[in-house]
Design a protein around this ligand. Sequence first.
Ligand code: 5RP
Length: 235
Amino acid sequence: MTEPVENDPAADLKRQVGVAAAALVEDGMVVGLGTGSTANYVIDSLGERWATGLRFVAIPSSERSAARAKALGIEIVGFGSHPVIDLNIDGADEIQRGTLNLIKGLGGALLREKIVAAASNRMVVVADESKLVQRLGEHAAVPVEVSPFGWESTARQLGEMGARVAPRHDRMGRLFVTDGGNMILDCALGQLEDPAATEVAIRAIVGVFECGLFIGRASLALVAGKTGVERYEVG
Ligand code: 5RP
């Protein structure tokens, strides 16, 4: 879990990038709201812009982000009325330089985050520079959202793929439960040679709902470092 983030040394960088990303939102847009400490700064900055008259509608990727946005007065809608999102802004646990392929899900919202990303015309990823990597898997395990029923069998099959599998727990030591009532298995796979193939292989296992590999989804990364906010683009 990445929240709460009291005394987060990267808080200032996350704030900077949150403000930069929120500036991309225009009147009338349908906006996907990410989850996590960096996404929170995006939501807070959007709340400030809302208070000065910007009007848009939002689809949050978690109950936490929905509650935060609602508290700021931001209008929340669903896919029934708004099936296509203009701009999705979300954080990441790792961003691969060059491709902008991602590992996401340390915050436990990966299934909804991927549904939001898949419905979006444009995904902008926001992060501090510690998230940039040459190869996905350098630091982060790949979170996999699975059915609680039979998770031990699903975990065994992920293990047969070569993953070191750890069921995620919450702060109380109980099995972590996602907003959708599912479990997360954190799968340490080492540095990934072919993340797209790994995503396909993980998703083929029965019991897996989604994995935290986001391949070819982000077209812009805003990354904050000591010298300010850098833009990285693909396509
Ligand atoms: C949540 C996520 C987050 O975007 C990711 O964990 C980054 O979080 P933070 O901005 O707190 O470092 O994927 O499921």
